[in-house]
Design a protein around this ligand. Structure first.
Ligand SMILES: Nc1ncnc2c1ncn2[C@@H]1O[C@H](COP(=O)(O)OP(=O)(O)OP(=O)(O)O)[C@@H](O)[C@H]1O
Ligand SMILES: [Mg+2]
Length: 230
């Protein structure tokens, strides 16, 4: 599964997710079916609060659904132990969080190299340099997160997600804080990554980002989804 050359598919069936809040239950995902293949660049769109981040976290094995099944090839991540699931995630999945989740006491390069703590390899230093360069962060590599603009944090979060060349990337509004030119850099980077054989799933409100994908997931009023392919 960690090999980008191996066939790779994600299948979600009948996924539901409800949050309980003081004001009552919030049904966010209802009976979601989705099948993704290697090379797919998928956009997820819908109004604020419709469930985009929740869907990414459920598919990204970070938040267990109330019902339904999720399969990556023959693997059922929510059937694994928490440590087994964490290992699966660290080998196969890169996640760009909507609020970045950078570690405040690590500088940009150290943040980018974090996934290497559990998956050490000799090429991580040059790989981090390559990503810093690609995302225009070389001259910020020794800055701490509180010394960065929002767009720089966003690009650092993307670089961290790409470090280990995971076979699937989840990106939650990865262009939300970027100007047009940096937004283009991020979208091209994700599109190239999918073209090279990974699967990229991106929640977005951004019209340029929406036109980058080859498969589009749109949330409906009733919390279900419609999937369109190009
Ligand atoms: N932990 C939680 N407990 C209770 N309700 C939650 C929780 N997390 C999210 N929600 C609610 O679930 C709904 C979906 O949230 P989610 O973050 O998935 O939306 P979103 O589509 O990503 O929104 P945005 O475009 O603003 O990022 C929202 O109404 C939100 O208030
Ligand atoms: Mg969100």
């Amino acid at each position: 599964m960690s090999d980008n050359n191996s066939e790779f598919t994600l299948r979600a069936q009948g996924i539901t997710k409800t949050y309980s809040a003081k004001s009552g239950a919030i049904n966010v995902l209802e009976d979601i079916d989705l099948e993704l293949s290697k090379g797919d660049f998928v956009t997820i769109s819908g109004p604020s609060g419709c469930g985009k981040s929740t869907l990414l976290m459920v598919l990204g094995t970070l938040q267990e659904p109330d019902s339904g099944t999720l399969k990556y090839g023959d693997i059922t991540p929510y059937g694994l132990s928490p440590s087994g699931r964490a290992e699966f995630r660290s080998k196969n999945i890169g996640f760009v969080f909507q609020d970045f989740n950078l570690v405040p006491y690590l500088d940009v390069r150290e943040n980018i190299m974090c996934p290497g703590i559990v998956n050490p390899s000799a090429d991580l230093e040059p790989r981090s340099s390559e990503l810093l360069e690609m995302l225009g962060l070389t001259d910020r590599s020794n800055h701490y997160p509180d010394q960065l603009s929002s767009g720089e944090k966003q690009r650092a979060a993307l670089a961290r997600a790409l470090l280990l060349r995971p076979s699937i990337i989840f990106a939650d509004e990865p262009t939300g804080n970027l100007d047009q030119s940096n937004g283009r850099v991020v979208l091209d980077c994700l599109a190239n990554y999918a073209e090279d054989g990974a699967t990229v799933i991106m929640a977005t409100h951004d019209s340029a980002a929406l036109s980058s994908g080859n498969k589009h997931v749109q949330f409906n009023e009733g919390k279900g989804i419609t999937v369109k392919s190009e």
